[in-house]
Ligand binder design. Structure first.
Ligand SMILES: Cc1cc2nc3c(=O)[nH]c(=O)nc-3n(C[C@H](O)[C@H](O)[C@H](O)COP(=O)(O)OP(=O)(O)OC[C@H]3O[C@@H](n4cnc5c(N)ncnc54)[C@H](O)[C@@H]3O)c2cc1C
Length: 306
């Protein structure tokens, strides 16, 4: 029996492991198949504190993993398919067939950025294509970038990027935007933002130095044109990885885990959540790590009350 099983091996899960192990609690981390989480899909991370010259995303999460293991967190490369039990202790079903018992569980399964699925996109992720302006906007000083999306997040990303880019072109497949009036007004008032509404992204062009442009097709005439740009920010949302607990704990309408304000407690006592999976807004490595610490402290408090 474990005091805590952590599900997910991003900054939230690893930080929870470090805190639990250092409190002397027996804990095990189930990594999932994307071991290291989203940061393994990027190169340079420049906004994680403590690295004045930035740090490679893979190196950062590998160091977190080693740190957690050095204090005693056990790691298992597997996926959790189901959690069972109305109250603590819980039983976790791994896809290897193993059943694991735990007094508490921390859900840190993150979210997955949605991409467009067009030609040339996949191989340019991290070399021009990004799903996070806060993370990568800084690399596009005085360069031309494209934002794809029509909701509030797309407007926010476009406005944020105007701080760095020389020009931001917003591409959306419909003439009508889904974003709130206030966000659209703000974006339309910004002279750096240019609009291509009613256009579908078709193909990302790149060479050895990175992205060079995007083909877009008019939804009305069917004509194709190429926008030259060195960055493409896809802002069409994230999918939280909560399918396996959707009938077990309370989620919001977008599928994110609902936690009690100011804590990591979910709708079920003894089950806690941390990182992007419970945070539709900030979705950063440092905020995920912070919430991993919160979840570990909440889990420890739960365990010590018995
Ligand atoms: C391209 C890119 C660049 C980024 N750059 C930055 C940056 O520069 N700075 C920054 O602060 N943030 C950046 N981010 C955001 C940052 O990566 C995330 O906010 C952070 O990784 C979220 O951490 P997390 O621990 O919540 O989950 P994630 O990193 O999403 O990890 C989730 C983990 O859960 C596991 N998992 C999922 N389902 C299961 C299951 N059923 N069973 C077991 N395990 C499961 C997965 O294997 C994975 O290990 C970037 C994101 C992307 C995509």
């Amino acid at each position: 029996m474990y005091d805590t099983v952590i599900i997910g091996s991003g900054p939230a899960g690893y930080t929870a492991g470090i805190y639990l192990s250092r409190s002397g609690l027996k804990n095990r981390l189930i990594t999932g198949y994307a071991e290291g989480g989203q940061l393994t899909t990027t190169t340079l991370v420049e906004n994680y504190p403590g690295f004045e010259k930035g740090v490679d995303g893979n190196e950062l999460v590998a160091a977190m993993s080693r740190q957690a293991q050095s204090f005693g967190t056990e790691m298992t490369f597997a996926r959790v398919e189901k959690i069972e039990g109305d109250v603590s202790p819980f039983t976790l079903h791994l896809d290897t067939g193993e059943l694991v018992k735990a007094r508490t569980v921390i859900l840190a399964t993150g979210s997955t950025a949605k991409y467009l699925g067009i030609d040339g996109e996949n191989e340019t992720i991290g070399k021009g294509v990004s799903a996070c302006a806060t993370c990568d906007g800084f690399f596009y000083k005085n360069r031309k970038v494209i934002v794809v999306g029509g909701g509030d997040v797309a407007m926010e990303e476009a406005l944020f990027l105007t701080k760095f880019a020389s020009k931001v072109i917003l591409v959306h497949r419909r003439e009508q935007l889904r974003a709130s009036d206030i966000m659209v007004k703000r974006a339309k008032a910004n002279p750096k933002i240019h609009w291509k509404l009613g256009y579908l992204p078709e193909k990302v062009h790149s060479n050895e130095t990175g992205m060079t442009g995007l083909d877009i097709k008019s939804a009305v005439t069917g004509e194709t044109e190429t926008i030259e740009a060195s960055g493409l920010f896809v802002a069409i949302g994230h999918q939280p990885n909560t399918d396996f607990v959707k009938d077990y704990i309370r989620l919001d309408s977008a599928g994110y885990i609902k936690t009690q304000p100011g804590s990591s407690k979910t709708s079920r006592a003894g089950i806690f959540a941390a990182g992007d999976v419970q945070d539709p807004k900030y979705q950063q490595a440092v905020t995920s790590a912070g919430s991993g610490a919160v979840a570990a402290l909440d889990a420890a408090e739960f365990i010590y009350q018995f």
